[in-house]
Design a protein around this ligand. Structure first.
Ligand code: NAP
Ligand code: HSE
Length: 327
């Protein structure tokens, strides 16, 4: 990465121009002056990699669109590569290439980070690069920074939360408004909350990746995805919703992790009936909540938007700013 003294421009390449990528591009382009004041370097979007360059994207000049993601990543002048295309490939190879040439990489890709995070961190260290992924867990809620930095002097004992926005939106709509499950899923998709493969949300795989990343960040222990007990919400029936409501409870997709006395991390994701007074039960729509239990702090609770283009762009751009700071 070129030093701030050597360049007054911060060259940013964007891999993906969908829900999150378009929001990031719009903000970078429309608020370049603000970032220039903040960073001392003016951000310049070098290109936006997509599959279909003929489709208009709100706020992205067509001239910036390209299908050649590899060229964007390989350009030695690019300072920061933002990966918001999702999926394991080609995203994984592109991220690896960027790290191997010493670039700063920002990604929102929780499956990639959960499955290859340690390997990618090692590559980043070896090549003097940087890997940042606050947006991968709980979108706008800065939980990784809190766990990694703000609570680093404490001892975290357990984590419990709602870490998937789309399923929370679906459960909320079904329970509170009686919307049929399939209609609620469709609406979550229209809001940009669902993964490209919605079964990742509905079967708990997205939440499992997030809790694995959270646990690794909290305890420094590798948590393979297949070690996370995972159950999604697709099997819930009208009778389950009615039974929970009859008991004054609320169905939520709860993710939790705890470190046992043997040092091993136990993590699970499962639909859970919670008392209506539980702070997790009160999360509406795409809201995420996490409770972090620690020896000194007691319980720290973070709440905010867990999905959505602008909301996720907040975390992505926070990482871009962090990546651009001199180190
Ligand atoms: P999306 O709307 O499906 O956008 C994906 C973008 O990547 C599209 O522009 C697509 O191009 C492009 N793309 C996909 N494969 C490509 C390839 N092989 N070559 C070039 N371009 C490719 O997805 P999203 O919702 O923005 O999510 C992106 C990432 O952010 C995912 O990892 C997701 O898990 C994560 N995330 C999403 C949210 C959210 O609320 N949406 C929140 C947090 C994290 P086309 O447009 O031409 O198809
Ligand atoms: N599909 C994800 C969710 C997007 O619903 O939480 C945010 O990571």
């Amino acid at each position: 990465m070129s030093s701030p003294a050597a360049s007054s421009v911060l060259r940013v390449a964007l891999l993906g121009g969908g829900t999150v990528g378009a929001a990031v591009a719009r903000r970078l382009l429309q608020h370049a002056d603000r970032y220039a004041d903040q960073l001392g370097r003016r951000p310049e979007l070098t290109g936006v990699a997509v599959r279909d360059t003929t489709r208009a994207r709100d706020g992205i000049p067509p001239a910036l669109l390209t299908t050649d993601a590899a060229a964007l990543v390989g350009d030695p002048a690019t300072d920061v590569v933002v990966e918001v295309m999702g999926g394991l490939e080609p995203a994984g190879s592109l991220v690896e290439t960027a790290l191997r040439r010493g670039a700063q990489v920002v990604t929102a890709n929780k499956q990639l980070v959960a499955r290859r995070g340690e390997e990618l961190h090692a590559i980043a260290r070896e090549h003097g690069a940087g890997l940042h992924y606050e947006a991968a867990v709980m979108a706008a809620v800065p939980v990784l920074a809190v766990v990694r930095e703000s609570m680093a002097g404490d001892e975290i004992t357990a984590l419990r939360g709602i870490v998937n926005g789309s399923t929370n939106y679906v459960l909320d709509l079904v329970a509170r408004e009686g919307v049929p499950f399939a209609d609620a899923v469709r609406q979550a998709g229209e809001l940009g909350y669902l993964e490209a493969d919605p079964t990742e949300d509905l079967e708990g795989v997205d939440a499992a990746a997030k809790v694995a990343i959270l646990a690794r960040t909290a305890w420094g222990t590798s948590v393979p995805l297949d070690a996370v007990e995972t159950q999604g919400i697709s099997g819930l029936t009208d009778a389950d919703f009615a039974a929970a409501a009859g008991r004054g409870e609320v169905l939520k997709l709860v993710a939790e992790a705890r470190r046992g006395g043997d040092g091993r991390v136990h993590a699970r994701v499962a639909p859970t009936a919670l008392p209506a007074t539980d702070p997790l039960a009160q999360a509406r729509g795409g809201t995420n909540v996490v409770e972090i239990d620690a020896v000194l702090a007691g319980t720290v609770r973070l709440v905010g938007a867990g999905a959505g283009g602008d909301e996720t762009a907040s975390a992505v751009l926070g990482d871009v700013v962090r990546a651009a700071r001199p180190r």
